[in-house]
Design a binder for this molecule. Structure first.
Ligand SMILES: *[C@@H]1O[C@H](CO)[C@@H](O)[C@H](O)[C@H]1NC(C)=O
Ligand SMILES: *[C@@H]1O[C@H](CO)[C@@H](O)[C@H](O)[C@H]1NC(C)=O
Ligand SMILES: *[C@@H]1O[C@H](CO)[C@@H](O)[C@H](O)[C@H]1NC(C)=O
Ligand SMILES: *[C@@H]1O[C@H](CO)[C@@H](O)[C@H](O)[C@H]1NC(C)=O
Ligand SMILES: *[C@@H]1O[C@H](CO)[C@@H](O)[C@H](O)[C@H]1NC(C)=O
Ligand SMILES: [Fe+2]
Length: 431
């Protein structure tokens, strides 16, 4: 009898556990891996499922039926006060190029699934050195607050959604969600805001790879929430720097929030990556991004020539030579809540112009929309300044034309209209 009661209790506990576990997929996002024929999908659940799984197929399918491909993933737990829940991540592999795939994620054992999403793979078997036209968006400093103000991500997300068919990759260059701004109980980050932000970008990130680098507002809890949430194509687990190739362009994202001094592991990695790429692709495009700019001219600590900007001097001293030596064509950042772009510039000297660049062109696009608002006051115009400087909200579009021309556009969020544009010709820097 005793044994029977104990058994009954176990059965009860088991059933109630199964019934109350919430493994409904939330905040679904795609990213690249180190393999060109793979796409990673990462999603959030409140409780831990037994078998986080992605189902995918070139045909539309219902999760009830067996799709062509099944891949079981991993679960990464938060182990931090104030942050709980599970990060599920799985890789879709052996994909074909230029192909539309349908997928859904969920927990196989409890048979709980997301709706079906789709994505299209790029032309990853193109001829060596061939550049295939595509468009990618760049924006930084984008967070979430209740309502539909310009100080939230609503405008950027909606304007990008209106261009969904034209964009192949999204790049968020740091300061993601602003979850460190609104906290009580001395908690370092607010998970409600962190999760609401991810849910609000989900219509984009479930369809188009969403690539990130960390910003200062992502540093809370030793960047561990950031690193777990955003599974990027890193060489080593835990790194916040990575590179990948897409349609003939080499992208390098790195962290201005980790050590970047010469001999640091990040600095060593960046130099190795650039050197390797340049050895085999002397004339290929390199687009690099990070949260903090090298060149910016708002009146604000990082950009001013004052005390705080001492750390900017070290940043420049540590990294600008690498950009120049390895012919990094374009560098894109945020941090300043403003938009501006430079002429080709190295060590404050203008070298050529956009038709014949002899140095990196720098763009600041920290205008995604966040709770702090825009930086409105400008320093006197710098010699390297060109085109427009503006504090209005918006996002960038990098249109890759071919092996000799890139086109850049800045879109104002208020009317979803291009208000700045230029063409950059491939340059060969003297070194
Ligand atoms: C793929 O997903 C996008 C974005 O959700 C949607 O607009 C489109 O209709 C889908 N395509 C197909 C073929 O289902
Ligand atoms: C997190 O932010 C939400 C939304 O602004 C707020 O209601 C809540 O009180 C915050 N939670 C904590 C623990 O600070
Ligand atoms: C690249 O596109 C530009 C602008 O359309 C054009 O002038 C140039 O000839 C093209 N270059 C190549 C190599 O196709
Ligand atoms: C869009 O808004 C920007 C910023 O207010 C303004 O400069 C531009 O003229 C507007 N363009 C159109 C087509 O309305
Ligand atoms: C950039 O090049 C394209 C293609 O040649 C051209 O249509 C466009 O007007 C150019 N844009 C600018 C701002 O020069
Ligand atoms: Fe920042």
């Amino acid at each position: 009898m005793n044994n029977f009661l104990i058994l009954l209790l176990f059965v009860f506990l088991y059933i109630s556990n199964v019934l109350t576990d919430n493994v409904i997929p939330e905040s679904i996002k795609l990213a690249f891996t180190k393999s060109k024929d793979e796409i990673r999908v990462t999603w959030y659940t409140i409780d831990e499922g037994e078998s986080p799984t992605v189902l995918y197929s070139t045909e539309m399918f219902e999760p009830i039926q067996d799709p062509s491909f099944v891949s079981v993933g991993d679960i990464i737990s938060y182990d931090t006060i104030g942050f709980d829940g599970k990060i599920n991540t799985a890789v879709m592999s052996s994909l074909s190029q230029s192909t539309l795939y349908f997928y859904c994620v969920g927990d196989k054992s409890s048979n709980v699934w997301s709706s079906t999403f789709n994505f299209t793979t790029n032309q990853f078997n193109a001829q060596f050195g061939e550049v295939i036209p595509f468009t990618t968006s760049f924006f930084g400093d984008m967070g979430w607050i209740e309502g539909d103000s310009l100080n939230s991500d609503v405008y950027t997300v909606n304007n990008l959604l209106s261009r969904l068919n034209e964009i192949q990759i999204l790049h968020h260059v740091g300061d993601i969600a602003y979850a460190d701004k609104e906290t009580s109980n001395n908690l370092p980050g607010n998970q409600t805001i962190w999760n609401k932000f991810q849910n609000s970008i989900s219509p984009l990130s479930s369809h188009i790879p969403y690539l990130t680098c960390p910003g200062n507002h992502d540093r809370f809890i030793d960047l561990s929430v950031y690193t777990k949430t955003w599974q990027m194509p890193v060489d080593h687990d835990g790194d916040s720097w990575y590179s990948y190739d897409y349609n003939g362009i080499h992208f390098v994202g790195f962290s201005s929030e980790h050590d970047y001094y010469p001999l640091s592991s990040q600095h060593t990695w960046i130099e190795k990556d650039l050197k390797q790429y340049r050895r085999s692709n002397p004339n290929g495009w390199i687009v690099m991004y990070s949260h903090r700019p090298f060149y910016c001219s708002v009146v604000w600590d990082w950009c001013s020539n004052t005390d705080v900007s001492e750390s900017k001097k070290i940043y420049i001293w540590s990294l600008e030579d690498l950009l120049h030596r390895y012919n990094v064509d374009l560098f894109i950042s945020g941090h300043a809540h403003s938009y501006e772009r430079s002429l080709p510039v190295y060590k404050n000297k203008i070298l050529g112009d956009v038709n014949s660049p002899k140095a990196t062109v720098h763009i600041v696009v920290g205008t995604g929309g966040d709770v702090e608002g825009e930086d409105m006051i400008w320093q006197p115009s710098q010699p390297w300044t060109t085109g427009l400087r503006t504090s209005i909200n918006g996002f960038g579009l990098l249109n890759v034309i071919n092996s000799t021309t890139l086109n850049w556009q800045f879109v104002a969020n208020i009317n979803n209209t291009v208000i700045d544009e230029f063409n950059l010709t491939k340059g060969e820097f003297d070194f």
